[in-house]
Design a protein around this ligand. Structure first.
Ligand code: XIL
Length: 300
C-alpha cells in the first residue's frame, strides 16, 4: 500500500499521529493527516488542564474537534490521558486529603470516559506513574502521595466501569529497554494486575528516542509484556534527527510482535513536534516525506 495507515492495516495494525486541534485548519497538515493516518491521539486536548480546568467544569470542545475530524473520516482515536502528574491543574495538585482526591479522580475518569464512550479504541488511563532510574518505584505525585501505590489500580477499575469497550492502557517513557529498572517496575505491575484480575489491556511505549533509535532489547521488551496477556503499542514515537535506520528498527520491533497492534508518531511535520529542533518526525516542515518515511513504510 502507498500510505502508512493502509500498509499497517494489511497486518491488522494501525498507524497514528498526535494531532493538535488548532492545526486542523492548516490544509497541508490536514491533507497529510487524512491521507496517511488511521489513528489519532489528541496531543494536549484530552489532558486534565484542558478537560477540567476547574473542579466539576468540563470542557470537551477542543478534543471534540479532533474526535469529530477523526470519526467522520473513519480514523480511530486513542484517549490521552486521564491520570497524569503533568499538565494537571493546581486545584488538583493542591488537594490535601485522600477522600477528596479519590472522588475527584474517579469523577474525572468517569465523566471524561462517558463523554467519549464508544468512540475510543484505547485510553491511556495512567501516564508516566513510574520514576526514572532507581528501583522501579512510582514517582511522587499528588495521586501517589495521598492514595499510595493503589491509585493506579483504582484508576483502572474506575475506567473499566466507565467504558467497558475501550482498551485500558498504562503508558510511559524510558520503558523500552528490557534491562532498565523502570521497565522492570512496570512489568511487575502489569504481571500483578493480570494475576489479581485488575483490568488492564495494553501497555503504551512512548518511544521518544535519541538519534540511536530504540535500545537493542526493544523487541524483547514488547514480546515480554505481550506474553503477560496485554497488547502493546508504540504511542508517541519521535527520534532525534529521524535516521531512517532508527525508524526501520523501531517499526520492525513492532511488526515482529503479534500483539504489537500499532504505532503512533508524536506529530506530523518536524515543525509540529514538541522536539522541533531535533527534526524527529517523518515529514519536513513543508510536509514532504523524509527518508524516515520511506524506511517506515517499507518496514511495515
Ligand atoms: C507533550 C506535547 O507534545 C506538548 O505540546 C506539551 O507542551 C507537553 O506535552 N509524554 C506524553 C505527552 O505523554 O503527552 C507529552 O506531550 C510528551 C511526553
Amino acid at each position: 500500500a502507498s500510505t502508512l495507515g493502509a500498509q499497517a492495516a494489511q497486518s491488522g495494525r494501525y498507524f497514528g499521529a498526535a494531532v493538535a486541534a488548532g492545526k486542523l485548519g492548516d490544509t497541508t497538515y490536514a491533507g497529510i493527516l487524512n491521507r496517511e493516518f488511521n489513528m489519532v491521539t489528541p496531543e494536549n486536548e484530552m489532558k486534565w488542564d484542558t478537560i477540567e480546568r476547574s473542579r466539576g467544569s468540563f470542557n470537551f470542545a477542543p478534543a471534540d474537534q479532533i474526535a469529530n475530524h477523526a470519526t467522520s473520516r473513519g480514523q480511530r482515536l486513542r484517549g490521552h490521558t486521564l491520570v497524569w502528574h503533568s499538565q494537571l491543574p493546581s486545584w488538583v495538585s493542591s488537594i490535601g486529603d485522600a477522600t477528596t482526591l479519590r472522588s475527584v479522580m474517579k469523577n474525572h475518569i468517569t465523566t471524561t470516559m462517558a463523554h467519549y464512550k464508544g468512540k475510543i479504541y484505547a485510553w491511556d488511563v495512567v501516564n508516566e506513574a513510574f520514576a526514572d532510574g532507581g528501583g522501579g518505584q512510582h514517582r511522587p505525585s499528588v495521586f501517589q502521595n495521598l492514595l499510595g501505590d493503589g491509585f493506579i489500580e483504582e484508576a483502572f477499575r474506575t475506567a473499566r466501569s466507565a467504558d467497558p469497550a475501550a482498551k485500558l492502557c498504562y503508558n510511559d517513557y524510558n520503558i523500552e529497554d528490557w534491562n532498565a529498572a523502570k521497565t522492570q517496575g512496570v512489568y511487575r505491575m502489569v504481571r500483578d494486575f493480570k494475576a489479581r484480575g485488575v483490568p488492564i489491556d495494553c501497555v503504551g511505549f512512548q518511544a521518544h528516542f535519541g538519534s540511536g533509535g530504540p535500545p537493542t532489547s526493544f523487541q524483547t521488551t514488547l514480546s515480554s509484556f505481550a506474553a503477560l496477556g496485554v497488547d502493546v503499542q508504540i504511542t508517541e514515537l519521535d527520534i532525534a534527527q529521524a535516521p531512517a535506520a532508527a525508524y526501520t528498527n523501531t517499526t520492525r520491533a513492532c511488526m515482529n510482535v503479534p500483539r504489537c497492534t500499532g504505532i503512533t508518531v508524536w506529530g506530523i511535520r518536524d515543525s509540529d513536534s514538541w522536539r522541533a529542533g531535533e527534526k524527529p518526525l517523518l515529514f519536513d516542515n513543508n510536509g514532504n516525506k523524509k527518508a524516515a518515511y520511506n524506511a517506515t513504510l517499507t518496514a511495515l
